[in-house]
Design a binder for this molecule. Sequence first.
Ligand code: FEO
Ligand code: CA
Ligand code: CA
Ligand code: CA
Length: 605
Amino acid sequence: GRPHGRAAKGLRFEPVAPNTADKVTVPKGYEQNIVIRWGEPILRGAPDFDPERQSAKAQAGQFGYNNDFLTLLPLSSRHRGHGADQLLVANHEYTDEVLMFAGYDPEKPTREQVEIAWAAHGLSVVAVSGERRTGALRAVPRHPLNRRVTATTPFELTGPAAGSPLLRTKADPRGRRVLGTLNNCSGGTTPWGTVLSGEENFNQYFANAEKVTDPERAATLKRYGVTGGASERRWEEFDERFDLTEEPNEVHRFGWVVELDPYDPDSTPRKHTALGRFKHEAAQPRLSRDGHAVVYMGDDERFDYFYKFVSKKTMRRGHSAADRRHNLSLLDEGTLYVAKLTGESPAEEIDGTGTLPEDGEFDGTGRWIPLASGDRSYVEGMTAEEVYVFTRMAADKAGATKMDRPEDIEPSPRTGRVYVALTNNTDRGKEGKPGADEANPRHGNKHGQVLEFAERGNDPRARSFSWRLFLVCGDPEDPGTYFGGFPKDQVSPISCPDNVTFDDFGNLWLSTDGNKLGSHDGLFGVATAGSRRGEVRQFLTVPTGAETCGPLVQDRRVLVAVQHPGEVDGASVEQPASSWPDGPGSYVRPAVVAVWPKDGSDVGR
Ligand code: FEO
Ligand code: CA
Ligand code: CA
Ligand code: CA
């Protein structure tokens, strides 16, 4: 029984037990369908998926690989043809060639394989149609708004660093036009109806950093994790822009937040230099009361930072073409800040085990340190352009707080409080590395934590905030865990929070990546307010080798992106670790899944 009564509204389902099943396991009474898989045709003329005869041309018209971020946007009556009622936008973070190509030789990829990988990266826009009687969702192929953006689609660089000498290349001497987007992890949906997407681990695509001798360049490459000789995928053998000895600046043209207008399939997507360059996990916008756009962003690296951007201009509410143009320029101009946190408890009470300090909470205050605003730099010794292109180094100089891998960040639409997933940091407290602090209180942090902060006066533009840890993740039986003060014998174990979203009741939903508790990754819901605050409940688990991404919780359904199923050391097409979703004998395929209550009620009611 449940001595503390029923779960919070929206979370009334029987939690799924931790498990290692090679499938998506959902609560009793729930059903699921595959919305779309890697390789399904979405553009006119694209062929059906045939992994033995895959081509770059086919892939460029098909759903990409490794779906991460998901969002659903409304379709106006003008665009509702073919039964479509919403527009799904998905990120394709990276390719896993050994699971995509039979007989793949990592030392000798073929040109076709490389070009397939270019076409499998990027973003997909796909119209979807909800089934009337169930929560099932289906892709609508060949819808006029369907679009693929890949590693070769032209992008425009915008904002204060566009055109900078740091961004100029042989192919683009003006420094304003980039081909493609890479490693798009999570993202956000803007109040003006566009999609933001974070370019995350772009470092892995660039070769021959070890041959760069100029000490200043070598230092910037190192700070961004660009190292070594040949790149993992050897793209440099097929396009010299990926070779740092041939094209020193191409690497500066990745690591940005990109913005896509999904309602205009002919629009040129943009890379926003005003939002800084780092390993962008995601970008989550909100509006201040007076209409300024504020974007929260995490830099997913051990001991890196989280940031916010505040736009100079305010959003227009109208729907004219001029209003839309105006809103699409909101992220071109503003101020970029980085977070510095101060703990409230005496430092000696933070012992690295996760034991709560005497005042019973990991908490404190924070400041937003400005780094640059338009052409003005606030960082000594760096120009504004340098701050935008080498944002990590600017934040180092500003003395920002080194966090445990900031992933997704999202404000609660109910309370305005903001939640930051800090996924893990096994280097915390290691020899020569920063030790525990009140916001990152565990040494060798395997399971991560969720930080909650409130902007001063609940104003997204505020320069200061207060914070506390909402969850210190792990096995609830481990004394170094904390679940918002909720009794720990009644919560689901959770490890490595990554993506976050909210349902209409203000519950926080967290998906995980890299569960270190021996079970597969999953999706969890947790109340953030009221008597059930901190009651983590597991909603689903994903197949072998997969991480759970892109959660979206609508009234009737939950949507998740099952990213990199079957990605297990040593696995290949010939020796698969998973055959999800189509069963033995088929290629394992990343896919988007919808889950809904069988009885037609709303999720968690
Ligand atoms: Fe692509 Fe930070 O996860
Ligand atoms: Ca405290
Ligand atoms: Ca992520
Ligand atoms: Ca992650």
